[in-house]
Write a protein that binds this ligand. Structure first.
Ligand code: SAH
Ligand code: SF4
Ligand code: F3S
Length: 450
C-alpha cells in the first residue's frame, strides 16, 4: 500500500456536523493506508476541520495552522489540509494567507477527500469549495465512540438568520434518503452501537427537498416519518436528534417521540432570544409566545422531557429590557442546559453591517449574567433526578476520577457512578441518583439492564 506507515492527525473544531465529517474523513484516510497519530507533530498529514461560527473559533484555527506551516519548512513532504467552515468561507484567500497549505476543502467535499488528495499527491495545490451535490459516503467512518454514533440526515441550511454564517458555508439543504439513513443505522446496530444521534443544522427541514413523498402520496416525507421508519433497528436502544428549529417544530413530532420507546425524551430547540423584536431582527420567524407554546406542548405529552437550547446575547441594538426578556424566558421555562454566546459579527451576514453594534463590555456583562441564570436553572432541573433510578448508557471512565464511570440519562444528563469499565462499558444500567450538580449527577449502580 503506497501510504503504509504514513500517519495522519485530524483536529476538529465546531459542532457535531464537523465531528461527523471528521470521522468520515478519518475513515477515508485509513482506507488509503494512513494510520492515526495522537500527536500532530509526528503526523505526515495534518487536517484541521474548522469552525467559523464566531470570530474566536476562526482565530483559533489560524494560530494552530501557523505552527504546522512552520514545520512544513523543515519537512516539505508534510501534507497540510484545512477543511470545514473556515475553508469554505475563505477559499482561495486561505492559500494566500498560508501558502504552505496543500488543500482547502469545504464541508460539502468531505466525502471526496481521497479524490482531492490524489490531486495533491500529483503535485497540485487544491481548493475545493464549489457547491456540489454531496456524494453518499462509500468509506466507513472511523468513529470515536463504539457506543454512540452520529448519523447525518440533512446537510446545509436554507434559513437566513441575520447573524449566522452556516448557510454561507454549509450550502443549501440536502436530505439523505430514508433508505440510506436506515441502512447506515442497521450497520451500526450490527457493530454493537446502542445510541444514534441524527444530525441536521435545521433537522425539521428533513425531507423537504426529497423528490418523492410518502407511499400514499399525501404529504412530503418529514423527520417524523423518518423516526417511525428507523425507530426499531435491532441493537439501537436510543435515538436522539438535533437541532430543532422552533419555526417548524410540530406536535406530530412530539407525539412520535412520546410513542416510540427508543426515541429519547430530550429536545434541543434553540430560542436565541426571548424578545420578539430581537427575534424579528434575527429573522428567526417565531415569537417567544410560540416558543413557550412548543415547550408547553412537549411537557403535556412528556412532563419529564429535557429541554436544552442555544441563546445569543448582545445582538445589535439589544436593549437592557430586551436582554431581560431572554432572562425571563429562561426563568419561566427552566432549561436543562443552554449553550450561550455573545454575538459575534460574521463576514457576509446582514447583522454584521448594522451600525447599532454593542460594546464588548456590554456583551460580556450580559453573557455572565445569562450564564449565572443558566447555571441556577440547570441545577433546579437536576434536582428532579435526586433519589430516582435512572437508565444510564455507560460510555467511558470519568477522566477526573478513574474509579467512576460516565454515562448519560435518556434526557442526556451527564451521570457518574462507581464501577469497572471492563465490565460495564456499552451496557445499559440502572443507577440510583444520590447527588446532583447543575450539569451532572452522581449515583450508585442498582442493576445491569442490557
Ligand atoms: N441551526 C441551529 C444552530 C446553529 S449554530 C439553530 O438554528 O439554532 C449554533 C449556535 O451558535 C446558534 O444556535 C447560535 O446560538 C450560535 N451562533 C450562531 N451565529 C452566531 C454569531 N454570529 N454570534 C454568536 N453566536 C452565534
Ligand atoms: Fe444558522 Fe439559522 Fe440555519 Fe441555524 S437555522 S444554522 S442559526 S441560519
Ligand atoms: Fe461551526 Fe460550521 Fe458547525 S461554522 S458550528 S462547524 S456548521
Amino acid at each position: 500500500m503506497k501510504n503504509a506507515s504514513k500517519k495522519y492527525n485530524i483536529v476538529t473544531f465546531g459542532c457535531q456536523m464537523n465531528k461527523a465529517d471528521s470521522e468520515r474523513m478519518a475513515g477515508v484516510l485509513e482506507n488509503m493506508g494512513f494510520e492515526a497519530s495522537e500527536d500532530p507533530n509526528l503526523a505526515d498529514l495534518v487536517l484541521y476541520n474548522t469552525c467559523t461560527i464566531r470570530d474566536n473559533a476562526e482565530q483559533k484555527v489560524y494560530s494552530y495552522l501557523g505552527r504546522q506551516a512552520k514545520r512544513k519548512h523543515k519537512q516539505p513532504d508534510l501534507t497540510l489540509i484545512v477543511a470545514g467552515c473556515v475553508a469554505q468561507q475563505e477559499g482561495e484567500q486561505l492559500l494566500r494567507r498560508v501558502p504552505e497549505l496543500d488543500l482547502v476543502m469545504g464541508p460539502q467535499h468531505a466525502n471526496r477527500l481521497e479524490d482531492l488528495l490524489t490531486q495533491v499527491f500529483d503535485g497540485n495545490q487544491v481548493v475545493a469549495t464549489e457547491p456540489i451535490q454531496i456524494v453518499e459516503d462509500i468509506t466507513k467512518p472511523r468513529r470515536d465512540s463504539e457506543i454512540s454514533a452520529w448519523v447525518n440526515i440533512i446537510y446545509g441550511c436554507n434559513e437566513r438568520c441575520s447573524y449566522c454564517v452556516v448557510p454561507n458555508v454549509r450550502g443549501v439543504e440536502q436530505s439523505r434518503t430514508p433508505e440510506a439513513i436506515r441502512a447506515e443505522m442497521v450497520e451500526l446496530g450490527k457493530q454493537g452501537y446502542k445510541e444514534i444521534t441524527l444530525l441536521g443544522q435545521n433537522i425539521d427541514a428533513y425531507g423537504r427537498d426529497l423528490p418523492g413523498s410518502t407511499p400514499e402520496g399525501r404529504h412530503k416525507y418529514t423527520l417524523t416519518d423518518l423516526l417511525y421508519y428507523v425507530h426499531d433497528i435491532p441493537g439501537i436502544e436510543r435515538i436522539r436528534f438535533a437541532t430543532s428549529h422552533p419555526r417548524y417544530f410540530t406536535e406530530r413530532l412530539i407525539k412520535a417521540c412520546q410513542e416510540l420507546p427508543n426515541v429519547c425524551e430530550h429536545f434541543h430547540i434553540p430560542f436565541q432570544s426571548g424578545d420578539n423584536d430581537i427575534l424579528k431582527a434575527m429573522k428567526r420567524g417565531y415569537t417567544h409566545e410560540k416558543y413557550r407554546r412548543i415547550i408547553d406542548t412537549i411537557r403535556e405529552y412528556m412532563p419529564d422531557a429535557s429541554i436544552t437550547a442555544d441563546a445569543i446575547v448582545g445582538f445589535p441594538g439589544e436593549t437592557e429590557t430586551q436582554f431581560e426578556n431572554t432572562l425571563q424566558l429562561i426563568e419561566d421555562i427552566g432549561f436543562d442546559l443552554v449553550n450561550t454566546a455573545a454575538y459575534s459579527p460574521r463576514p457576509a451576514t446582514p447583522a454584521a453591517l448594522w451600525e447599532n453594534q454593542l460594546s464588548e463590555e456590554v456583551k460580556s456583562d450580559r453573557l455572565q449574567r445569562l450564564n449565572r441564570l443558566v447555571f441556577a436553572s440547570a441545577e433546579t432541573r437536576s434536582e428532579r433526578y435526586l433519589g430516582r433510578e435512572e437508565e444510564i448508557l455507560v460510555e467511558a471512565q470519568n477522566t477526573k476520577d478513574l474509579n467512576q464511570l460516565m454515562g448519560r440519562t435518556r434526557g442526556n444528563r451527564l451521570t457518574f457512578f462507581p464501577g469497572k469499565i471492563e465490565e460495564l462499558q456499552g451496557k445499559t444500567v440502572k443507577v440510583k441518583i444520590t447527588a446532583i450538580r447543575s450539569f451532572s449527577i452522581t449515583g450508585e449502580l442498582v442493576e445491569v439492564l442490557s
